[in-house]
Design a protein around this ligand. Structure first.
Ligand code: SF4
Ligand code: FES
Length: 251
């Protein structure tokens, strides 16, 4: 049985993209350990609305670890202190009674703050539009065994495809690099026969867009891999670099 706890939440408040931000601390009492982190923010917002104050703006959608919207930095970690979960899957039982919890938006030049805890992640959409698709005509739904795909390739493609585009890898990286995200999106297609055809060009275009949008370079600190809620592996970065170099050499 989860015990109720009292906590203080120290939250980044910023009324707009150009406004100066600051931390505000709020008290919450009798929060059940089974309350999810986003439900705790809902309770805080109900409290703020009752007190005629502005509610805290934060992003969310599915609340089950699928959409990648709940982009919060909690106590110095993207998606909080627990491994392999998103903020919406984090529960209050992970915090101590009386603890002060610090909540910030993603901090990265490529993800400007819109308001409070919400950031603009359109840069990821632009990278996807640059090449994150298959443009060859693949026809109708093929017979399941018509194109043989090795178990290893299928598993690696599925692992790369588990990236939910949350941006935690960028927020965790001291260089603000998007290499883990981009390499996952490049790999999920490049490993399969239908995506191989455009693999080199895709890597070249997506990397060029990533550089243009102000994401930093990778210096192999592996912070991205450590904080990724889906456990996306940095071996995808090596695969993307090989495709990128090969595309450049054949220019
Ligand atoms: S690689 Fe991981 S941390 Fe980066 S966007 Fe994808 S799921 Fe999020
Ligand atoms: S709200 Fe969708 S992953 Fe958290």
């Amino acid at each position: 049985m989860d015990k109720d706890i009292n906590v203080k939440v120290r939250i980044w408040r910023q009324p707009g993209p150009k406004a100066k931000g600051h931390f505000e601390t709020y008290k919450l009492e009798n929060i059940s350990g089974g309350t999810s982190f986003l439900e705790m923010l809902d309770i805080l917002n109900e409290q703020l609305i009752r007190d005629k104050q502005e509610p805290v703006v934060f992003d969310n959608d599915c609340r089950e670890g699928i959409c990648g919207m709940c982009s919060l930095y909690v106590n110095g970690h993207p998606h909080g202190p627990d491994d392999l979960i998103t903020t919406c899957q984090l529960h209050m039982r992970h915090f101590k009674n009386g603890e002060t919890i610090t909540v910030e938006p993603w901090r990265s030049a490529a993800f400007p703050v819109v308001r409070d805890l919400m950031v603009d992640r359109q840069a990821f959409d632009k990278i996807m539009q640059a090449g994150g698709f298959v443009s060859v005509n693949t026809g109708g739904v093929p017979d399941a065994n018509a194109i043989p795909i090795s178990k290893l390739a299928a598993d690696e493609a599925m692992d790369a495809a588990s990236c939910i585009g949350c941006g935690a890898c960028v927020a965790a990286c001291k260089n603000g690099s998007a290499m883990l995200f981009v390499s996952a999106k490049v790999s999920q297609l490049a490993l399969l026969p239908q995506g191989k055809v455009e693999a080199k060009n895709r890597a070249k275009k997506m990397v060029a867009k990533m550089d243009e949008l102000g994401f930093g370079n990778c210096t192999n600190t592996r912070a991205c891999e450590l904080e990724c809620p889906k456990g996306v592996n940095i071996s995808n970065i090596a695969r993307m670099n090989r495709s990128f170099l090969s595309a450049k050499l054949s220019d």
